[in-house]
Write a protein that binds this ligand. Structure first.
Ligand code: AR6
Length: 184
């Protein structure tokens, strides 16, 4: 586990299950259809119950889903978290199809939505690095840079957690944070 403060934000990088986090919001690595799926998306809908899917369906009916790089918000259903922010990371097609910018947007728009909703604490999974096959070292670098810029500019949220499923993934994200904090 890594824990440090940047500006006014406490940042924690840890191994765990995002569905068990008691932050005010957790972020879901969803797909544009918003109707659930495997990986972290499946885990969040299973743990949170039918309320989340119901709200996702309403959003889908209203605006036809969630484009890649954007984010929408629902309640957390039965989760400890009050909100779920559903964002859609890019599918990796080799890196020359705008993947980096879209991943940056997914993190940035999730944080913008958190700010708009006055959310004080938020937990992120490793977006796009599972089924969507984004190389994790590059994804971690994008995540860290995007978050650092946001907390420096905004001085919120009070707490950000990065919740990695495997020990290997935890090491990659810890290294990315250590590298970027040295550079800053
Ligand atoms: N807590 C934290 N991390 C988790 C959990 C969990 N409970 N479960 C899995 N992970 P993925 P993507 C990690 O595939 O690549 C879905 O079907 C996992 O080990 O969940 O953005 C959606 O519906 C990996 O490191 O998301 C989309 O169709 C990370 O979460 C598609 O997959 C992301 O893996 C999105 O693909």
């Amino acid at each position: 586990m890594l824990k440090f403060t940047v500006n006014a934000t406490c940042i924690m990088v840890l191994q765990g299950d995002i569905t068990e986090q008691d932050t005010e919001a957790i972020v879901n690595a969803a797909n544009s259809g918003l109707l659930g799926g495997g990986g972290v998306d499946g885990a969040i809908h299973r743990a949170g119950g039918p309320q989340i899917l119901e709200e996702c369906k309403q959003i889908r009916a209203k605006r036809g889903g969630c484009p890649t790089g954007e984010a929408v918000i629902t309640s957390g259903g039965n989760l400890a978290a009050r909100y779920v922010i559903h964002t859609v990371g890019p599918i990796w097609y080799g890196g020359s199809n705008g993947e980096a910018g879209l991943l940056q947007n997914a993190y940035g728009n999730s944080l913008n939505l958190a700010r708009e909703n006055g959310i004080g604490s938020i937990a992120f999974p490793s977006i796009s690095t599972g089924a969507y096959r984004f190389p994790i070292a590059e994804a971690a670098q994008i995540a860290v840079k995007t978050l650092l810029e946001f907390v420096k500019e905004n001085r919120i949220p009070q707490e950000i957690r990065f919740v990695l499923f495997s020990d290997r993934d935890l090491q990659v994200y810890q290294q990315a944070w250590e590298r970027n904090l040295r550079l800053n």
